[in-house]
Write a protein of this length. Structure first.
Length: 276
């Protein structure tokens, strides 16, 4: 039976992109695909335009290669390459990270450290999409957390959702992580999985494509932190239960008993070394 790769960065990035787009509004549907991510409109210059052209050419080449392979053609990657020099500036889409269209929420944080702390809390960093028109002017063609037109629309953060496939990826990742040797023996394994899935649902779309193209590592780190957090909480609760049992002259858990035996053994060995 052919091995199936359930989780890979390419599919994850595609699902993250589609999930974020469900919270966005564009003047045309094809404007949802961006070619470069920048922090400000001022960053659009000759260098970033050239980089965006190369990014677009690489994406188009890969899409053409995969299309021809699925059609049954025997084709090489080099035969599908697109020359970035033939791409015009008007064809490029720029994603600009900005909070300009996000409503203020003063007092949300006591000591705000960034502009994000003064705005409404969002499930992922907001952005605008820009492109050059025929007159070589930059125009806004899309906004995140938005419904309606660019001028007559309004802010919204409730109308979108993560795709079903991305949600299944989160569940699959948590289930596979729960089978690892260092966590599968815990009796509260299901609780750890539940907490990890909840954590991914909360922060899953906060992955920043401008900083990394490896969402698998980002999600794995979040799942690890969730599992460790539950383990530490359960151990703390177990210590409290054992303390109460010992205070009432009752038998504590096996873990506490073995720990007491181990501590006594170490103490005896230390005393023997001092006597020698």
């Amino acid at each position: 039976m052919r091995k199936i790769n359930y989780l890979n960065n390419k599919d994850m990035l595609a699902e993250i992109h589609d999930s974020k787009n469900s919270f966005c509004s564009y003047t045309e549907s094809e404007y949802a695909r961006y070619d470069i991510i920048l922090t400000s409109v001022d960053k659009i210059n000759i260098r970033t335009v050239a980089e965006a052209k190369r990014n677009k050419a690489k994406r188009l080449s890969q899409e053409e290669y995969e299309r021809r392979k699925q059609a049954g053609e025997k084709v090489k990657q080099a035969q599908c390459e697109v020359d970035y020099k033939k791409i015009t500036k008007q064809e490029l889409i720029f994603r600009i990270m900005t909070f300009d269209h996000i409503p203020d929420e003063p007092g949300r944080k006591k000591n705000p450290r960034s502009i994000a702390d003064t705005k409404q809390k969002l499930n992922f960093p907001p952005f605008h999409h820009y492109k050059f028109n025929e007159d070589d002017e930059l125009i806004c063609i899309g906004k995140s957390h938005w419904i309606g037109g660019m001028e007559n629309g309004h802010f919204s953060k409730e109308h979108g959702k993560a795709t079903d496939k991305l949600a299944r990826m989160w569940i699959k990742l948590c289930e596979r992580y729960a089978t690892r040797g260092n966590v599968r023996g815990y009796t509260y394994n299901d609780e750890m999985k539940g907490q990890a899935i909840l954590q991914l649902a909360q922060i899953g779309l906060q992955f920043d494509e401008s900083k990394s193209n490896n969402p698998f590592a980002y999600y794995t780190a979040a799942v690890t932190n969730s599992f460790v957090r539950v383990i530490n909480l359960e151990k703390r609760n177990q210590n409290i239960r054992d303390d109460i049992l010992e205070m009432n002259d009752l038998m504590p858990s096996h873990t506490r008993q073995h720990q007491g035996e181990w501590d006594a053994l170490m103490k005896r060995q230390q005393e023997e070394k001092l006597n020698i």
